[in-house]
Design a protein around this ligand. Structure first.
Ligand SMILES: Cc1ncc(COP(=O)(O)O)c(C=O)c1O
Length: 427
């Protein structure tokens, strides 16, 4: 469920017409719904309440400080994957004892920053990282809590570029090496092994990968306890899928139905690192049509949002629902799958101004007739949209707005040309 809806042939976010936001802040524009953000967070909090999870919002998904603060105010910790994200988590008022740090390539500087902050734990992904962290910690006469990120070798059945829990990806430790690595940590003077971490991939549309991974993790936790470790955290990462096409996502309750009993059996505190599930359907990208061009037997709707604003379609072959903000009166409501041809629609590619053939937001889509100046909404763009945006082709990164009922406020201003050159040094 989200709080973007059509009323009288106009798209609204909560109580605010999208056209009003575009007129106020310009396009392209990311628009987020506070109600939707909180609705999804609360769904997770309710579904997993029986095990009192520590929900660590995954900053990489959408790092805007206003969104991070909203998460923190509503009870989350943070999952960070770099020193920059740790900085953000702390800027957002994140409590260090609710921050976990993942990533295969933590630098010494990043590890020192996290040690300085005294975060809850590092999710360690290799023996090399463990050795470096142990050395840094010993030098500081400090101790550190870690979880071993294990690779359970399960197929999350998602895009190859977002598959992480399968053997052969760079993530986590091979299962068969974990016991040996853990054994060497018993009675370690500086490193305390407190948990197991697994992030399987994203987005996931079945409980099966979680079930399969937990089936391996629960006995592993017992084995590590027998070694003498006080194993008390089981971190299942993120990955819960959302509605990109229609109502295809599983509910938080369905995932909890598989995860909660295993966590109870393992007698651990559950950590979750959700990102997409919270913010994905809570944001849209609004663009304005520049030109409609017929070329090579195809029709192209060229609008002002591009692959540098939302890279998911070209990077992951991702599908985003797209529809005019104010569709013509004769056009029926969009079909449930946004793909079935309807009266008054035509087959188009929806593309941006970037000089790449890969710059598209949709290909071969049945779409109402639009003209120069019309507004377009690209749905489910809240996760890995702004977070993965760039200045490619000298494009200023876009503005972000947060809607709360009938109020709205800018949470990131549009970049200027000066912003584009500011970090560069004259020789
Ligand atoms: C370690 C880790 N945790 C959490 C997440 C968030 O995943 P999602 O946005 O699917 O919830 C990711 C995303 O790739 C991740 O790499």
């Amino acid at each position: 469920m989200d709080h973007f809806h059509y009323a009288g042939h106009a798209l609204y976010c909560e109580g605010v017409p999208i056209a009003e936001l575009a007129a106020t802040y310009g396009t392209p524009l990311f628009v987020y719904s506070k109600k939707t953000l909180l609705h999804h967070l609360h769904q997770l909090q309710r579904a997993f309440a029986a095990v009192e999870p520590l929900i660590c919002y995954s900053i990489k998904t959408n790092p805007n400080l206003a969104i991070c603060r909203l998460m923190r105010e509503n009870g989350t910790g943070f999952d960070v994957t770099s020193g920059g994200e740790l900085f953000r988590a702390l800027q957002a008022g994140g409590a260090p004892e609710r921050i976990v740090f993942a990533g295969v390539g933590k630098t010494d500087r990043e590890m020192v920053e996290a040690l300085d902050a005294n975060i809850l734990m590092f999710n360690v992904e290799s023996e090399g990282e463990l050795a470096a962290l142990s050395e840094l910690t010993a030098g500081r006469h400090q101790s550190v809590r870690i979880a071993l990120r294990v690779n359970p070798d399960v197929d999350p059945k998602t895009h190859a570029k977002t598959t992480t829990g399968k053997r052969g990806t760079k993530f986590g430790l091979d299962w068969e090496r974990v016991e040996k690595i853990a054994a060497a940590l018993v009675k370690h003077r500086h490193v305390e092994l407190v948990g197991i971490h697994m992030h399987l991939g994203s987005p996931i549309y079945s409980t099966e990968p979680y079930r399969a991974a937990l089936e391996r993790a629960v006995p592993l936790i017992e084995t590590l306890r027998r070694q003498g470790h006080d194993l008390r955290y089981l971190n299942m990462g993120g990955g819960f899928g959302i509605h990109y096409r229609k109502q295809e996502a599983l509910s938080a309750d369905t995932f909890a139905g598989v995860i909660v009993p295993a966590v109870q059996e393992a007698r651990c505190r559950l950590i979750l690192e959700p990102g997409r599930f919270i913010v994905g359907n809570a944001g849209i990208l609004v663009s304005r049509v520049l030109y409609v061009k017929d070329s090579g037997g195809k029709r192209f709707v060229i609008q002002d949002a591009a692959m540098n604003d939302l890279i998911r379609p070209t990077l992951y072959d991702a599908f985003h629902r797209i529809w005019p903000v104010e569709p013509p009166a004769e056009v029926p409501a969009p079909p449930e799958d946004y793909e079935t041809p309807l009266p008054h629609t035509q087959l188009v590619d929806i593309v941006g101004p970037v000089c790449e053939s890969g710059d598209f937001l949709a290909r071969d889509r049945w779409f109402p007739e639009v003209k120069r100046g019309d507004l377009v909404a690209i749905f489910s763009a809240g996760a890995y949209g702004m977070a993965m945006s760039s200045n490619y082709n000298g494009r200023c990164r876009v503005a972000e707005v947060l809607v709360d009922g009938d109020k709205h406020r800018l949470i990131r201003r549009r970049e200027t040309y000066q912003d584009l050159i500011r970090p560069e040094l004259e020789v």
